[in-house]
Design a binder for this molecule. Sequence first.
Ligand code: IPM
Ligand code: MG
Length: 372
Amino acid sequence: MPSAKKLLLLAGDGIGPEVMAEVKRLLAFFARTGIARFDVEEALIGGGCYDAHKVAVTDETVAKAHAADAVILGACGGPKWDNVPYDVRPEAGLLRLRKDLGLFANIRPAISYPALADASSLKREVVEGLDIIILRELTGGVYFGEPKTITDLGNGQKRAVDTQIYDTYEIERIARVGFELARERRNKVTSMEKRNVMKTGVLWREVVEDVHAREYKDVGLEHMLADAGGMQLVRWPKQFDVIVTDNLFGDMLSDIAAMLTGSLGMLPSASLGEVDAKTKRRKALYEPVHGSAPDIAGKGVANPIAMLASFGMALRYSFNMGKEADLLDAAIAAALARGLRTADLKSDGTTVVGTAEMGEAIVGEMERLAAA
Ligand code: IPM
Ligand code: MG
């Protein structure tokens, strides 16, 4: 039996626990068949953690995240916590984990499964065969820049300030991840910023150009203003291979990219830190791009594919289990090809199933493919 791999599962709020249950089903399959044994710990994050401890994530959980080989997260937030203090709002737990673990590289692949080409709001020919990556800088920019304040000006007016900051090293390291990813794919990077209005955009482009000229001349590089990039993403997304962009633009562009694939319930993500020179390991957190979907929480109808595919990215990037990750992707494609759809993906001639049935079908396909 291969040595134990340490997982920290943070199911979170809303549909988080429902989709995480399908990851557990997959873990049980791995254990049962001897493919891999994982050491699993679980903890609270987000609103559930606030209810229990008055913070969005505890120091103890952050320490466990540091010690884990991979953190697997469901979703944070919901209307129940709309009025809790800003510092302890559910999302603060996730943001603290990203920052404390140094997870600067957020890989968000958008892949159109053949069976779902008609589920997109765009025409089939626009999305069919789509396979792109949005690489989002995750620990800098306006998400974390200080000052971040609302001040009462005393004249009946208030002033809100957010601060966008990027240092050279932050742009360099995310650019490198982008070029490395592209080398393994179709060898093309598109960098997106707003240099026409933002100083951070000016520096972003300059640094990406420098890294390219110094280390990655063999990779194709183009630049796009982020607004034009959003337009191009819905006009002809297949022109892209790897899009590298900052924290805020990446947040928005990845939601757009998710919808190209048919549903926000399809997009996984991996958030990675720097590779440790000694251990060759990197801190990592895997989470679906979708949120907690409070409107459908508790009904057993959520799509578990983004969550399962996020775990697939953990197999690939944290556990060197590329074969099993490929198998999982194939199992997802096979379940979809059988006509099974969660409610978010339903179309004529398909069978609508719940979260657990979809998870069961995928694990079943996995079992079949593993035995083949
Ligand atoms: C995402 C989410 C988060 C973000 C929220 C929940 C803080 O939208 O991961 O895309 O803005 O980064
Ligand atoms: Mg988002």
